[in-house]
Design a protein around this ligand. Sequence first.
Ligand SMILES: CC(C)(COP(=O)(O)OP(=O)(O)OC[C@H]1O[C@@H](n2cnc3c(N)ncnc32)[C@H](O)[C@@H]1OP(=O)(O)O)[C@@H](O)C(=O)NCCC(=O)NCCS
Length: 234
Amino acid sequence: MKGSGDQGWTFDGAAQKRHGDSDRESSERQLRHPPGKVTDGRPNQRPNRTVAPLGRGATSGWPRRWAGKMKMPRLELRPLQVEDELSFRKAVDEFRHDTPPWEFAFQYDHLGNFSEYVNKLENWSHGLELPGNFVPNSFYVGVVDGLIVGRLSLRHCLNNWLRRIGGHIGYGVIPTQRKRGYATDMLRQVLPICAKLRIENVLLTCDVDNIGSRQVIEKCGGVLDKITDYPDLA
Ligand SMILES: CC(C)(COP(=O)(O)OP(=O)(O)OC[C@H]1O[C@@H](n2cnc3c(N)ncnc32)[C@H](O)[C@@H]1OP(=O)(O)O)[C@@H](O)C(=O)NCCC(=O)NCCS
């Protein structure tokens, strides 16, 4: 029995006799597996069984723990900051060459003062100084390793145009950073913010042939509501 593994390890005299152990052997064994406290503070009460019950190690008899790892999201979704100026300009430039054209930055003037632009976006999120047909909206950037990889705009409510075309949320990822899960990450992260704003049914729209955007929406739990033709947009 000496060194024969964990099965049948006992500390009661009857079992020691059954296995024919000498007193010396059993005291050696007790020294190697003292019945007192073990390092994690639990009493060392090994069950006297040859078959491990469910949830216990088949050979050791100790409870087994299931451990899963979760990666922290690499992408941070947050409002634009003054420090983002260079990275933001780069993203705007990359989008200028994208086809079909897509508006990355609303009312952004390349030559203008960047901190004023950041303030303007902040004001919009509070429903202040909104241009023309804009509703209160939050402008977020997706940042990975300090670089802006995309942006997401959350409209706090819908007007007629948004109800037809724009929806509550619009997002874009800069061309060189696509197909890395960033749009999905941004949309996932904004959904709790929608809940805080009490937007019960978040409306997202995209062109029928925008496979990427459709996938992003569906990956985040979006369900197709309807497909509509808009001849007036042609
Ligand atoms: C649509 C867009 C936002 C997708 O961004 P993205 O960061 O590449 O998206 P993700 O990486 O999260 O992709 C999600 C899924 O869609 C797939 N996908 C993305 N773009 C795709 C494309 N053009 N064709 C086919 N599948 C695509 C991805 O492979 C991924 O699938 P997987 O998880 O099974 O691999 C990006 O292409 C873009 O900015 N386009 C221009 C602006 C735009 O159309 N915005 C949406 C307006 S409604």
